[in-house]
Design a protein around this ligand. Structure first.
Ligand code: COA
Length: 158
């Protein structure tokens, strides 16, 4: 029988498991889309210190299937970030479950517009009628390479 999926708020001691999940998902999902230098940038951006800070200062949700950590997403202020679903659990509605959890928290905090930066990998997931693309942006990374992503917003409570 499939394990029940449980969602809870992350604690600082979850940071190492979160980092493992994020690095594995980046390695699997980004390698055919982004240059190596951009992948290294993403991994450094999601370093342990940043993860712990966001757990302490934001609303970080994590998903488990049994004992296995399979997904995450964080709301910090009005910004939804670090949304990752383990590759073998993608396309099962779990990304949506995380986003609904973050939106619910944002509404509770009185936030009217939630913003996020969508990787090229996640862009098709976010590009629905409820999200608006505001801009395409580029971060220069090492060796003259670049990291392209989209700035998006969602009006809440519509
Ligand atoms: C992007 C990501 C979070 C989506 O999570 P997920 O659990 O696979 O998404 P869901 O199953 O909840 O999908 C919700 C909807 O988006 C669609 N969708 C998801 N990924 C998609 C894709 N790559 N292309 C097109 N549609 C996609 C699903 O088909 C589904 O549509 P439906 O509601 O009409 O059935 C996940 O694929 C992921 O972790 N990707 C790699 C990491 C990443 O880029 N994270 C975001 C950092 S900005």
């Amino acid at each position: 029988m499939a394990e029940e999926i449980i969602m809870r708020i992350a604690e600082p001691q979850d940071a190492d498991s979160l980092r493992e999940l994020i690095n594995e998902t980046i390695d699997t999902c980004y390698f055919s889309i982004y240059p190596k230098e951009a992948i290294d940038y993403f991994k450094e951006y999601h370093n342990r210190t940043n993860i712990v800070n966001d757990i302490l200062e934001g609303h970080c949700l994590i998903l488990f299937s049994g004992e296995e950590l399979i997904g995450t997403g964080t709301l910090l202020g009005s910004n939804a970030r670090r949304v990752f679903i383990k590759p073998e659990y993608q396309k099962m509605g779990l990304g949506k479950k995380i986003m609904y959890g973050l939106e619910e928290k944002a509404v509770e905090k009185g936030i009217r517009i939630m913003d996020l930066d969508a990787s090229l990998v996640a862009y098709p997931f976010y590009r629905t009628p409820s999200y608006e693309t505001q801009a395409e942006d580029v971060i220069p990374v090492k060796n003259g390479q670049s990291l392209r992503y989209y700035k998006m917003v969602k009006k809440l409570g519509d």
